[in-house]
Each structure stands twice: as structure tokens, then as C-alpha cells.
Design a protein around this ligand. Structure first.
Ligand code: NAD
Length: 693
């Protein structure tokens, strides 16, 4: 008998147990073992019926993802499940933990399913850019109807046992010992002469003849650009139109299309990268972490309020400090409004709103900071103010408190120099809106201790963020690359493109919004102020038509006019002929004769410039691994998940293609941003990609 699946006879019932820690993944040995266990059970005259279950913490929780992209190894999961479905003896699946993907598909090959109250089931394949390829799309609709199956398969969401019972996936919830309960259940079925119940013999329930069209329309916006959700719909539709064998064949074809697609490769990359970023290279696993039981935020503006919400959501009490009562009241009112809006949408109860608000403690006094474990400063982006605040924190905070800054661009080392404890200072760069965006760029200063890094990386997860550790430089990883893309977008408009053309190229690529729509959201005054500061400091910052917008009070969405205009209360950007005139005027002033700019050139210049900068970031060690750059862009800036992030995407395009183009633009346009990164040149000469680093 196989090492990872065992068979035993218990009380007249044959029990097949998968024992392949940690999650009983359905690798080749498990599949072979499942077949062997089944055959043994069928041959065992003492077994009146069979139970299949998982040892340890879960029923099989899915395929063995390491086998993806490898040549298929027999027996394939579909044939294993067929054999279960066509067995002569009745089979009960006993589910605990998470029966996901292939795990649930195995359970669907059985006649009956029982589960522990805490179990969850689901078909999350869509999240990896594929679809359930072992009959899930054909059997689930036959079991629970097309609508409910679509909801589960297209969302990929887990369904808790109670809900699964309501839907008809689970026949009985077992309190107490699961396997004993399952054996008793099987015996009851045998005693009642219950028939075998292969799902393949069931008819799909389809109440609404327009279901598929309507469903597709309902996800069109949210899933724009993704292939897998739409293939999932096609597969479920096939279940309503074709006999099971043909339906299974159709499912296989659709699965094959997805599994070999660049999208699914990209989505699998993101899946692994998201887990990988939490492990910091060079940081010992056993480094001590500090306990964070209380926190504080300084500044209750756009960022401060949202940052505080993350802590309250995680049940961590958090002070919020401002200099003036008025600013404090205003900031807290915004937080309350956010929570109340969530309550209106049914995401929170009013009781939860009050409970979270009670964890957010407004204050005007640093005296309250004496005992806090962590402080995050989120005041104006001004070095002098930040240094004053850190000097104050150094005075009032207890030894060992972590002192963090949410700065977007300023040097963490310089901020740390205002304290006598630079080892406790770190950047925690949240993205706007801070209570929503999942990225947290944690910026390590030169002297930040390993203990502080480990604590903050851990805390990131606790407050629901994806923490990425980066080094200290202007704009860190995300904004440094964004800065290059922004400058290129402006240059393209100077040369003849319209803002709307540039933005359309970016949204067609898959970004949720273009560069200029994003500027309007962030506020045109933000960039303007930075440019003005740099000019005052004597830097040669070229004139920009964006300055003219700011000077006219066109500050973006908040004034209903920026690069675009906005109808009252709407966030939809509308191109504005007035802005076209202003740009035209600017070109004249600068002596520029506009030309036709192709979409291809826009795409290359906006994205290749980022890839080149990303390579420089890697070369300098600001990010240690290309997957960190990818995760920053996916969770901080809406880079399309199905393209895997800028560096993964670059590998798919081919680094030689990118390098040649970068050199071409260097010749044509000049500028530091088009100087090819040494790393890019090296990788091309070695025939390697960023993924090899
Ligand atoms: P904001 O102007 O909305 O808020 C700043 C708040 O700090 C104001 O409420 C102000 O009253 C308060 N403040 C100023 N000086 C203070 C002091 N000495 N003590 C206490 N409170 C003080 O600014 P914001 O957009 O929230 O930005 C805050 C920080 O976050 C900046 O460093 C910024 O670079 C960074 N950041 C901003 C964004 C963004 O998209 N807005 C994103 C990431 C990071």
C-alpha cells in the first residue's frame, strides 16, 4: 500500500485515509494511493461501504501545484475520480479542514458527503488563472444548480460547512469525531438500502435561461482582462448543454487553454510571490519579535485616519495625535464615515462600528505615547517637521518602542538621525486609501535592527497587509518607478499624445486607471508642490503644463477639474477641450511641433522605463528580489495580476526586446532614465531573465 494513503476496515466500513502532510495535496503518489485504496475496499468482502477522508488537519486541500507545467503523471485526477464515481460500493467523503480544488472534486466523485462543522469547501482554481479541471465544473452544477455553481467557481471563494449544507454540497454535519460519524452515517445508508448516487446521473438545474449572459455582464468590469473567469462560465454552460462525457471533455479543453496561457503562469507567480515576500532573505527565522499590543498614529489626515483603521480592524488599540482639536475632530469624523459606509453596505454591524471607533483614541498629547509599542508618523511630507517629531518621540517613548514613518519619499536614515535609537526606526509606507490598499512597503534604514524588521513584517500580515521589505532611496520601489512612468507620460503629451490616449493605453494594458486619472485622484497640487520645492532648492525642474493646471486651481477630482473634468459627484474622467488648448499653448511656448504618437510607443515608453528603473532598483539592492518589485506594483498600483508584475511581464516580453528598445529611446530621447541598467545588459548577455535572480 502507498505511503501516503492507507486502507483499513473499521466496523464493517472500509476507510481510505490520505496522509500526506501538510495539506494532503493530490500529488501523483496520493492519486495512485487513492486508486489502490479504492480497489482494496472494493475487494474487501467485509466492507459494506467506503469512507474517504484526510489525516491531520484537512481533507485534500488541492492539487500539488509543483506539478503544474510538468508532463502529466498517471493516474490523472479525472480518471481517479471517475473510478470513485463508478465504484460498486457506496462511498462517503468525510471532510474537515479545507476541501479545495481537486479535494472537493474528489468529494464530488463520492455518493455522499459529510463534514465537520468547521470545514470549508471551494474551487479556488480561478485565482490561479485556471479552472477546476477534474470534473468540478460539470459535477458541481449537477449537484447544486448552475447559478450556485457559477457563484462558487467564478469567485473561487470558500464556502463554510453550514452554507455548503444549505447548498446541497454537504449531506450532513458531523459533531464530534468525524470519521466515526462518517462510518455511522455510511452504516445508516447501508441499513436503509440507500442507492448509490453518482452525480453524473443528475440533471443540472437551470432556472434562468439568460443566466450565463447575465452572469458574464455582472463580472465584466471587475474581471476585465482575465481569461479564467470567462472560461469558467463557458465550462459551467457546457454542463447545462452536454452529456457528462462530452462536458468533461470540454472542461479539459478549456483547462488546457488556461494552464498553458501566459496569464495562468503570471497568476501562479503572483500566488507564490505573495507568500515569498514575507520571508526576508538574510533574516534569521528565529529572530525575536517584539510584541505589538498598542499603537499610535501621528496626523489624522488622508493617510493617518486610514492607517489607524487598520489597527482598530485588527483589534489593536491605537492613539491618533494631532496638534489641533479641530484637525483631530475632522480626521476622526472621516474614519467614522468610512466605517458607517461599510455598515450601510452590510460589511459591518453598527455594533462593530462602535467597537472599532472605541479602539481609536484621539489625543493632543504625547504623554499618551509613554507606553505604546509602535508609533507611525503620517504628517506633512516635510523633513524638518518629521525630524522634530522623531526627536520628540525619542524623548517620550519607552525603550524598545518601534518608531515608524509613512513618508513616501524622504530618507528614513535622515529621519532616524533625529533620534538616539536609529535601530528602532523604520519606514511603513502605506498606500492610499490606507484602509483599503493591501501593500505596505516597509523601508529598512541603514541601522534598522533585524528585530524591528521581523516585527513589522509580521505585523503587516496581522493588520491585513502584504508587507514588502525595501531599501531606502528616493521614492523607494513603487514611487521611484512611478515617477519615471509619470515623467514619460508627460513627455509623450508634450510631443503630441493626448492625456486620454496615454491613459487608454495603460487601462487597455490592464491598469485600473491611467497615469493622468491617477494624478487627478492624488491631487495635481501634490506634484506641483514637490516641483516648486525642488525649484526653490535650485534644481533645474523643467516647466510643465501640469503646473499651469495647478496654478488655475485645477487640482484634480477634489475640484472637479484637473487633467480631466468631472461631473459633480462623479469620478469618471471626461477629456476637457480647455486642457487640450492649454497643452497646445504650452507646446507653442516650448517651440514643440506636435506629432502623431503611436499607442505602441506609449506602451513601450511608459512600461519599459519602469522595467529599466526596476532593474536599477534590483542592482542597487533596494529590492532584493524581482518578485518584490512585482508585488509592490500589483498591490500598490493595480498592475494587472494576470501579467504578473512589471519584472515578470518583462521576462515574458523578452529582455533582449526591452533592452534594444531602451537603447533606441536612449539614442532618440537621451536622459538618465533611458540609460540601460547594467543588470538588464548583463541578463541579456547571459540569456537570462529577472526570474533567475
Ligand atoms: P495630509 O495633509 O492629508 O495629513 C497630514 C496631517 O498631519 C494633517 O491632518 C495635519 O494636521 C497633521 N499634522 C501636520 N503636522 C503635524 C504635527 N506636527 N503633529 C501632528 N499632526 C500634524 O497628508 P497625507 O496625505 O495624509 O500624508 C501624510 C504622510 O503620508 C506624508 O508623509 C505623505 O508623503 C505620506 N503618504 C501620502 C500618501 C497619499 O496618497 N496621500 C500615500 C502614501 C504616503
Amino acid at each position: 500500500m502507498s505511503q501516503v494513503v492507507r486502507y483499513e476496515l473499521r466496523d464493517g466500513i472500509g476507510v481510505i485515509t490520505v496522509d500526506n502532510p501538510p495539506v494532503n495535496a493530490l500529488g501523483r503518489d496520493v492519486r495512485a494511493g487513492l486508486v489502490e485504496g479504492l480497489r482494496q475496499g472494493l475487494a474487501d468482502a467485509g466492507a459494506q461501504a467506503l469512507v474517504v477522508t484526510g489525516a491531520g488537519r484537512t481533507f485534500p486541500a488541492g492539487a500539488d501545484i509543483r506539478e503544474f507545467g510538468q508532463p502529466p503523471q498517471e493516474p490523472g485526477l479525472p480518471s481517479v475520480i471517475d473510478e470513485y464515481e463508478q465504484s460498486d460500493k457506496l462511498i462517503v467523503a468525510a471532510i474537515h479542514g479545507t476541501a479545495l480544488g481537486g479535494g472537493l472534486e474528489v468529494a464530488l466523485g463520492c455518493d455522499y458527503r459529510v463534514a465537520a462543522p468547521t470545514a470549508k469547501v471551494g474551487l479556488p482554481e480561478v485565482k490561479l488563472g485556471i479552472l477546476p479541471g477534474a470534473g468540478g465544473t460539470q459535477r458541481l452544477p449537477r449537484l447544486i444548480g448552475a447559478q450556485a455553481a457559477l457563484d462558487m467557481i467564478v469567485s473561487g471563494n470558500h464556502v463554510p460547512a453550514a452554507k455548503a449544507k444549505e447548498l446541497g454540497i454537504i449531506d450532513e454535519i458531523i459533531e464530534g469525531d468525524l470519521v466515526e460519524g462518517a462510518i455511522a452515517y455510511a452504516k445508516k445508508l447501508v441499513a436503509a438500502k440507500a442507492p448509490r448516487r453518482p452525480i453524473r446521473d443528475m440533471q443540472v438545474k437551470l432556472d434562468n435561461p439568460n443566466l450565463f449572459e447575465e452572469f458574464e455582464a455582472s463580472i465584466a468590469k471587475r474581471q476585465r482582462g482575465f481569461l479564467a473567469p470567462f472560461h469558467c462560465i463557458k465550462a459551467v454552460k457546457a454542463a447545462t448543454e452536454l452529456p457528462i462525457e462530452q462536458g468533461l471533455k470540454r472542461e479539459r479543453e478549456l483547462f488546457q487553454e488556461l494552464v498553458t496561457s501566459p496569464q495562468s503562469k503570471a497568476q501562479r507567480h503572483v500566488f507564490f510571490a505573495e507568500r515569498e515576500v514575507a520571508k526576508v532573505p538574510g533574516l534569521a527565522k528565529d529572530v525575536a519579535k517584539r510584541e505589538i499590543k498598542t499603537a499610535a498614529v501621528i496626523g489624522a489626515g488622508t493617510m493617518g485616519g486610514g492607517i489607524a483603521m487598520n489597527f482598530a480592524n485588527a483589534g489593536i488599540p491605537v492613539y491618533v495625535l494631532e496638534v489641533k482639536q479641530e484637525a483631530l475632530d475632522k480626521g476622526l469624523a472621516v474614519v467614522r464615515r468610512n466605517y458607517e459606509n461599510s455598515a450601510k453596505r452590510g460589511r459591518l454591524t453598527m455594533e462593530q462600528v462602535e467597537q472599532r471607533m472605541s479602539l481609536i483614541r484621539p489625543t493632543l498629547s504625547y504623554d499618551d505615547f509613554k507606553d505604546v509599542d509602535l508609533v507611525i508618523e503620517a504628517v506633512f511630507e516635510n523633513m524638518d517637521i518629521k525630524k522634530q517629531i522623531f526627536a520628540k518621540l525619542d524623548e517620550v517613548c519607552k525603550p524598545g518602542a518601534i518608531l515608524a514613518s509613512n513618508t513616501s519619499t524622504l530618507s528614513i536614515d535622515e529621519i532616524a538621525s533625529a533620534t538616539k535609537r536609529p535601530q528602532d526606526v523604520i519606514g511603513m509606507h502605506f498606500f492610499s486609501p490606507a484602509n483599503v490598499m493591501k501593500l505596505l512597503e516597509n523601508v529598512r534604514g541603514e541601522k534598522t535592527s533585524d528585530e524591528v524588521i521581523a516585527t513589522v513584517m509580521d505585523l503587516s500580515k496581522r493588520i491585513g497587509k502584504v508587507g514588502v521589505l525595501v531599501g531606502n532611496c528616493y521614492g523607494f520601489v513603487g514611487n521611484r518607478m512611478l515617477h519615471q512612468r509619470g515623467a514619460e507620460a508627460v513627455a509623450l503629451v508634450n510631443e503630441g499624445a493626448s492625456p486620454a490616449q496615454v491613459d487608454k493605453v495603460l487601462t487597455d494594458f490592464g491598469f485600473p486607471m491611467g497615469q493622468f486619472a491617477m494624478s487627478d485622484l492624488a491631487g495635481i497640487d501634490v506634484g506641483y508642490r514637490i516641483r516648486e520645492e525642488r525649484r526653490k532648492a535650485g534644481e533645474d525642474v523643467p516647466a510643465s503644463w501640469l503646473d499651469k493646471l495647478a496654478e488655475q486651481g485645477r487640482l484634480g477630482q477634489k475640484t472637479s477639474a484637473g487633467v480631466y473634468k468631472y461631473e459633480a459627484g462623479s469620478r469618471t474622467p471626461i477629456p476637457d477641450p480647455e486642457v487640450d488648448r492649454l497643452i497646445e499653448e504650452f507646446r507653442k511656448e516650448q517651440g514643440i511641433t506636435p506629432r502623431q504618437v503611436s499607442d505602441q510607443e506609449i506602451l513601450e515608453r511608459c512600461l519599459y522605463v519602469m522595467v529599466n528603473e526596476g532593474a536599477k532598483i534590483l542592482e542597487e539592492g533596494i529590492a532584493k528580489r524581482s518578485l518584490e518589485v512585482d508585488i509592490v506594483w500589483i498591490y500598490g498600483y493595480g498592475f494587472p495580476v494576470y501579467r504578473g508584475g512589471p519584472m515578470f511581464w518583462a521576462d515574458q516580453v523578452g529582455l533582449k526586446t526591452i533592452l534594444d528598445a531602451v537603447k533606441g529611446y536612449q539614442e532618440k530621447l537621451g536622459g538618465e532614465q533611458w540609460k540601460p541598467a547594467a543588470l538588464l545588459e548583463r541578463l541579456v548577455s547571459e540569456g537570462k531573465g529577472f526570474g533567475s535572480l
